[in-house]
Design a binder for this molecule. Structure first.
Ligand code: FCB
Length: 495
């Protein structure tokens, strides 16, 4: 018997080794859009009864944020909602991931809802639906009401129960129109940068506090999933994690990789998806905490079925155990302000990697995204994935004048951000390859729609596919935004 094998006519069956492919087609069901977060874009921090959040307090702390920037005005999105919605429609976004500012809903973190706060998000959701854009709501993207921090913040178990109450208020208001929900954005950052390294609000620097915060965030997630299931029929519920993709360097690296994987990744996937904390994480941190913050019954609350897992990916990290003598490298990609986000594993060294780098100093590694997606699909079979953030900061320059809209016409303002476009092309290629390897990847949301308040870096780092002039609030669609718009309309990676 002979078997006919059709010759493979593609130039390179594996695609380009540098991940710079074009012409790759995404299924029509694959959702392509963009993402933002409340504190980073909204501004209007005292409008309509909004209470203070930990990020208002933190950014008012001298030295905490580059240039002393704050989110007070940000992109003034709160007051420019309709225009920004039109911009999303012009770009053709199929989905828009936004977060809800808890202190707009509960200015002091508990009690009845502030109707004006709910109304803002209701208008946002209606505006999206009117334009055919699917809303993806994140309940918590780091702006904890300051009143709750004053009562202990995420180190206080009660905060998890307050979060469930807040989730109920929001789900009751928006659940008739929002189907896709994310409980927490990157709880690793909330816990370990917020309470361990001190680079993020509330700026505390205690390893024990960071681990307690981690657990209470996990608990908050589980409680909120239960509320969403109860209040929103047919809800698609997820959580967004920032996975650390780890590379090795020498014979000590396997131990370093295991430790950081436990602290950064399995500290959340363990309880949320596998029903408990990894034994090695508990052992690694035994000198830091006795883990008495875990109560009987917590594991069952946290371990809730999810409809998909949100994946944020930007770059990789290279680790080994520090030899105790050479200067210790600390290039973990997070702002170094003295404290450590790695309790119990302070002797892990994060090595400077090979470039090229983005303006954040993060190495560009699309292969890391492919590897991550394939590995998550293997670890959690049956759980669909969605890229809820991926993108890059570069220094941009506006050329030309006038209309910066998508159809700004000849001579309109432009931003020729070739590096960001290239970054996106390479990561869309990586996503496509993961799908080709059997990964059930449902969508890709680019970080970010607009340049915005980049946390500890303030306005000094621009991630937008749309440029924002912070003096005039003028929006200018960058070349990467034009390219993404083409990708969305054709579902094919453009030239
Ligand atoms: C992620 C955050 C997001 C943004 C990007 C660059 O960690 O979720 O708000 O700051 O990084």
């Amino acid at each position: 018997m002979t078997i006919d094998i059709l010759p493979d006519t593609r130039e390179s069956p594996e695609g380009n080794p540098d991940y710079r492919d074009s012409g790759l087609v995404f299924d029509t069901a694959f959702v392509i859009g963009s993402a933002t977060a409340s504190y980073q874009i909204e501004g209007a921090v005292t409008a309509d009864g909004r209470g203070p959040s930990i990020w208002d307090t933190f950014s008012a702390t001298p030295g905490a944020i580059v240039n002393g920037d704050t989110g007070e005005v940000a992109d003034d999105h709160y007051n420019r909602l309709e225009d920004d919605l039109d911009l999303m429609a012009d770009l053709g976004l199929e989905a828009y991931r936004f977060s809800i500012a808890w202190p707009r809903i509960q200015p002091l973190g508990s009690g009845a809802a502030n109707e004006a706060g709910l109304e803002f998000y209701s208008r946002l959701v209606d505006g999206l639906l009117d334009r055919g854009i699917r809303p993806i709501a994140t309940l918590y993207h780091w702006d904890l009401p300051q009143a709750l921090e004053d009562a202990g913040g995420w180190t206080n178990r009660e905060t998890a129960y307050r979060f469930a109450e807040y989730a109920r208020l929001v789900a009751t208001e928006l659940g008739d129109r929002v189907q896709v929900w994310t409980t927490l954005n990157e709880p690793w950052c909330s816990a370990f940068l917020g309470y361990g390294s001190g680079a993020h609000a509330p700026g505390r620097t205690s390893g024990a506090d960071a681990l307690a915060a981690m657990h209470h965030l996990n608990l908050a997630h589980g409680l909120a999933v239960q509320v969403l299931r109860e209040v929103v029929p047919n809800a698609e519920v997820s959580v967004t994690l920032n996975f650390h993709v780890l590379r090795g360097d020498d014979e000590s690296s396997p131990q370093a990789i295991r430790r950081i994987d436990a602290l950064a990744n399995r500290s959340f996937t363990g309880p949320m998806l596998a029903g408990g904390y990894p034994a090695d994480l508990i052992a690694d941190t035994a000198e830091v905490t006795d883990w008495s913050f875990v109560h009987a019954g917590d594991a069952a609350i946290i371990h809730q079925p999810l409809d998909f897992l949100g994946v944020n990916y930007y770059s990789t990290a290279r680790v080994r155990m520090w030899n105790g003598t050479s200067p210790r490298e600390n290039a973990d990609g997070h702002k170094d302000v003295g404290g450590s986000p790695w309790p119990g594993s302070l002797d892990v060294e994060f090595l400077t990697q090979d470039g090229p780098f983005t303006a954040m100093g993060w190495n560009i590694a699309p292969d890391g995204l492919e590897e991550l997606l394939v590995s998550l699909a293997e670890q959690f079979p049956g759980l669909p994935l969605m890229i809820t953030e991926n993108g890059a900061a570069f220094d941009d320059e506006v050329v030309g004048e006038g209309d910066g809209g998508l159809d700004g016409g000849v001579g309109g303002a432009r931003v020729h951000d070739a590096e960001r476009l290239d970054y996106l092309r390479r990561h869309f290629t990586a996503a496509h390859r993961a799908i080709g390897r059997g990964v059930d990847l449902r969508g890709y949301l680019v970080w970010s729609l607009l340049d915005n308040f980049e946390w500890g870096y303030g306005y000094s780092k621009r991630f937008g596919i749309v440029h924002v002039d912070y003096e005039t609030q003028q929006r200018t669609v960058k070349d990467s935004g034009r390219w993404l718009s083409k990708l969305i309309r054709s579902h094919t990676i453009p030239e």
